[in-house]
Write a protein that binds this ligand. Structure first.
Ligand SMILES: NC(=O)c1ccc[n+]([C@@H]2O[C@H](COP(=O)([O-])OP(=O)(O)OC[C@H]3O[C@@H](n4cnc5c(N)ncnc54)[C@H](OP(=O)(O)O)[C@@H]3O)[C@@H](O)[C@H]2O)c1
Length: 241
């Protein structure tokens, strides 16, 4: 689907990959509903993105997600594209995972995107057209120490997306999943960590590739909207896995 004149919901639009994606979509002529919790950041961004709509919404709160989609539809009269990007990382060895913390991550990284999909699918079905992009993680393709909880949830998100794609194949709605590589955002800072010690990539490893920029990942997301592929690896490095 081309993005010009399309109405797009970008969750997690106040920072990082979501912000870069909202900016790129606007440059390409889309009308973007900017969704995150930080209303001040969204208001500021909205001032410089023509036709955008800032909406404060906790993507871990089902009622707020329902209200958010309702507001977007009331404002624009249609919803063409949903980008489920809001998310948070979680670092802990399996033996240290706090079940309360991982449930919270599951609410945001899996249930939130699911509820948003359930809200937009009937609208997109009536339009007989739509595109849903869910942002997973390259960690879902690996078995990295400390990432088991987060990666399992991102893996579940990928599985759910590809199942929805199959279910919706005759409806005009395309569901796709993107797996970003390490990206230069505040993601690591915002990641919940159960213990101080961290597992990190060995930067001296000849296979180590430096993080991508959020602008690069945004380009990949727009490419994915355009080509409607089921999956996209944001980094060639994953093709060797
Ligand atoms: N950066 C990486 O290395 C990397 C790699 C692979 C995948 N990813 C995935 O890419 C996506 C974007 O991450 P990022 O790197 O851009 O991270 P980020 O810089 O930490 O940004 C996260 C965004 O999500 C929003 N958010 C967090 N909790 C929220 C909530 N409860 N409700 C609504 N919005 C919420 C934040 O806004 P507010 O705080 O204003 O709510 C912010 O806009 C995530 O799904 C992440 O899992 C990132």
């Amino acid at each position: 689907m081309t993005v010009k004149n399309r109405v797009v919901i970008v969750t997690g639009a106040s920072a990082g990959i979501g912000k870069a994606t909202a900016e790129l979509l606007t440059r390409n002529g889309a009308k973007v509903a900017l969704v995150a919790r930080s209303k001040d950041k969204l208001d500021k961004l909205s001032k410089i993105l023509p036709d955008s709509l800032p909406i404060a919404c906790d993507m871990a709160n089902e009622n707020q997600i329902k209200n958010m989609v309702k507001k977007v539809f009331e404002h624009y009269g249609r919803i063409d594209i949903l980008i489920n990007n809001a998310g948070q990382g979680y670092d802990a060895m399996i033996e240290d995972i706090n079940t309360g913390s991982i449930r919270k991550i599951f609410e945001l990284d899996f249930i939130g995107p699911l509820v948003a999909m359930q809200q937009v699918i009937p609208i997109m079905k009536r339009q007989a057209k739509g595109s849903i992009i869910n942002v997973s993680s390259g960690t879902a393709l690996m078995h990295l120490p400390n990432m088991g909880g987060y990666a399992s949830i991102k893996s579940a998100l990928a599985h759910m997306s590809l199942t929805a794609r199959e279910e919706l194949k005759n409806s005009g709605i395309t569901v796709s999943i993107i797996y970003p590589y390490m990206t230069n955002t505040d993601f690591e800072k915002n990641t919940i960590k159960e213990k101080k010690q961290e597992w990190n990539f060995d930067e001296n490893d000849p296979d180590f590739k430096p993080p991508d920029s959020p602008e690069y990942v945004a380009e990949k997301i727009v490419d994915l909207i355009n080509n409607g592929a089921p999956e996209m690896y944001a980094h060639d490095w994953f093709k060797n896995l």
